[in-house]
Unconditional design. Sequence first.
Length: 397
Amino acid sequence: MSKSSSHDVIISGGGTPGLTLALLLAQTGLRSVVIDPAPLSQFTISSPEGRTSALMQSSIAVLKQTGVWDMTLPYGAPLEILRIIDDSFGNKTQQIETNFPACNIGLDFFGINMPNNILRSALAIAARQHKATTLCGSSRLTGFSTDDFGVTVNLDDGTSLRAPLLIAADGRESPVREKSGIACWHHDYGQSAITCLIHHSSSHQNISTEFHRPGGPFTLVPLPGNTSSVVWVEKTADADTFMALSRHNFTQALQDRTDSRLGRITLSSDPQSCPLIALRARNFTARRVALVAEAAHVLSPLGAQGLNLSLRDVDCLAKIIIKAAQTGMDIGAQSILATYEKQRRSDIWVRSISTDGLTRLVSHNHRPLHGLRRTGLKTISMIEPLKVMAMQQGMAV
Ligand SMILES: Cc1cc2nc3c(=O)[nH]c(=O)nc-3n(C[C@H](O)[C@H](O)[C@H](O)COP(=O)(O)OP(=O)(O)OC[C@H]3O[C@@H](n4cnc5c(N)ncnc54)[C@H](O)[C@@H]3O)c2cc1C
């Protein structure tokens, strides 16, 4: 591809947010090119692996617009009840347990838990089939320069691309954010999340179960049939120790962590571990550049907000770009980027600050915080309007 290639937007990063954005723009004929080191054009739908994401109703609505939702739905499971168990003492008799049923706030389910690889593959296949999207897989952005009329992006194979706007959907270490000189607030929780898929002998009954333990939360999230995904947070040194166990010993440790609530478990994917950080870019735009998803914000997995927030970025930016294009405006103009920055600021700040606060609250074992956590959960479990309010807050967009 040469510099003369003409695209309306260049998207650096072909994860779920980047591909979703390309497909939303393609609905109105806007042409985008998606760059990613992964071989995007070769993606096929195989079996679920590794991590999953709990997608809330607002994200499902966005994904339905891309046309891939029906293809992925058989791989997801509804989350009808959220069960929170305070297990600070590691002793069943001292556990405090509360159920939050979606039906209490008039919903059939809070969201759908979906394997990340299935969703991303479905999006890549749809993007490959759309004439307005070009997939530039097996390549990475190495640099870019901007001028009054557009942005020129350089790829590692020596080619360059040109468009009025560059969108960074290239993850927590976003090269576009870094090269734009956008500063970030950053926090390392000193914890890691071990993730894997499991098969179990008892039904999960579409209940997502979250244990709060001294090392961090341990969550079992339903998938179709007798399968679930696991997000197991521990201090990083402890997580490394668990990751080093043999498959047999790791499964046994996992079995203990589940409190045998799902019967006998077997591992159905290799465990992976990911350090937990929080990050928030000071600005979400620069000259002819817009940041979305983890390039703009990284949240801890607690509350399952990260991808949901990312899809709201993408939905908002797509609407702004489409409106600008339809009125004949320059889609990379400063006024367009300022609108995006303004519209996303409060949602990103509120989610980022509240998720950070919640993560610190459930991860610390200082007595006052510990007591506050248990009292809070007990109070919420006893006072129904409080419980309803907590659920509505969690679902609020
Ligand atoms: C354990 C865990 C559980 C989670 N569970 C949930 C959940 O239940 N619900 C939820 O909403 N969120 C959840 N999240 C958050 C969610 O996974 C992330 O928000 C989401 O994956 C971020 O997507 P992204 O595209 O920004 O980043 P990524 O998925 O990291 O994608 C970035 C892409 O950019 C590409 N890239 C990197 N460098 C370059 C370059 N130089 N040029 C071009 N491309 C490049 C990468 O290859 C990658 O494909 C969870 C996160 C974790 C860690």
